[in-house]
Design a protein around this ligand. Sequence first.
Ligand code: FAD
Length: 451
Amino acid sequence: MSGITDTLIIGAGFSGLAAARSLHLRGKKFMLVEARDRLGGRTYTKRFDDGRYVDLGGQWIGPTQDRMYALAREHNVEWYATYNEGKNILDLNRKLRPYTGLIPKMDVLSLVNIDLVLKRLESLARQVPLESPWTAANAKDWDSLTLETFIRKHCHTRDCYKVVRAGLETVYACELNEISLLHALFYIHSGTSLNSLLSIENGAQQHRIKGGMQHLAEQIAAPFHEHIRYNHVVKSIVEDSDGLRVEGSNFSINARQVILAVPPVLARDIHFEPVLPLFKTQLLDKLSMGIVGKVVGLYDKPFWREDGFNGQVVADENKPFQTLFDSSPANGDYGTLLAFCIADRAREFFAHSEAERQSMALEHFTHYFGAKAATPLKYIDYCWATDGWSRGCYAGLYPTGAWTNFRGSLAKPVGRIHWAGTETSDIWYGYIEGAVRAGERAAQEVMHSES
Ligand SMILES: Cc1cc2nc3c(=O)[nH]c(=O)nc-3n(C[C@H](O)[C@H](O)[C@H](O)COP(=O)(O)OP(=O)(O)OC[C@H]3O[C@@H](n4cnc5c(N)ncnc54)[C@H](O)[C@@H]3O)c2cc1C
């Protein structure tokens, strides 16, 4: 297929869709090409024949994610509160410690220490300017340290270290030695506060989309669906005197401008002519992805609620999953137990066969919530690191030195190529909200450069 358009958007995740929506609303001519045969990218709602579904990718929204609530409202898509009543479980040193409220059952010294570490991260994060993290007064120092080094220095009890580590691994989706302290602080500030990133109530996990997150992506795309081409993998972007020629094995499209809304690890697989500026190429080479697997048991009802549990677990490194949540649909029609399997724990877990994984997962679900957890209607797991069109999650990770050496060159346009994707957002970096904001910003750039 060959074609010609004004703006070609690459990637139909939330960022590409937000860019397309902006151009569509202003009557601009555009096309959107997507490698997969579906919308949503790192959001993925797996639907079953019986009408049940499970969100295997991004699923929560929360306060200050204003664009997400506005889009849901605009498309008449409802949201509902994440279930959050009853006892939590802390699985520490191979002992289960159920508790209600905010304070886990641990020794006082560890509790005070956890509070101090989180508050310290919180206050340092506020010193990181979102639009230029490398200009923070201590940027060089913070960018030379990993988050792991910081945590080890400030956690004075073993149990404090274990709990903080499990929580932060769930926030960043990596081992804590994979990111610089500066990136960790930027990420916290970008998502408003660490408290927000860790919380359900008043936090980033407060709400779910009815029908699953991909449902919202589909509703956003509905008004301009005829402009979307699936199974179109972009392999090269070549600039000549007429504009840009974007090619894949089954198509060639000429465009005046391009919005590239793919994760950094995948952008670097594209052949650019002329080659990208040095800062951009080198930064693209530096950003790796985190590794997350979602591990899910679907049950005929959320039976743990009847036993007084809210489905939430935090577990130390002795167990395969860092955290568990109740991820059931709005009305609790059926029960969804969701475990996050992250970083080293994911690399180990997903090295097993599916049958072995299922048996390990159900053994742990049963350990937490009793015999009823042993017989789900369905078991599903999904590792994002082996998904070829994401190659990991939740988002690109800045290792030590990357922020200060490359000074945020990811979002800068290169000639007629505009960069979107959650990794180019100052606000809610790594989240769907960030993806939407980045897509809208890139569309603005395109329209501005046209005028
Ligand atoms: C397990 C998991 C849990 C998460 N939880 C949350 C959450 O609860 N809340 C939240 O806000 N965020 C969450 N996230 C993060 C969130 O999903 C992402 O930040 C967001 O979806 C990224 O959107 P994007 O449009 O920037 O990128 P993507 O969604 O990755 O979209 C990029 C698109 O580009 C396509 N593409 C790639 N290469 C090419 C190519 N060469 N040619 C054509 N197309 C290409 C891909 O197929 C993809 O569709 C989670 C992510 C995961 C995986």
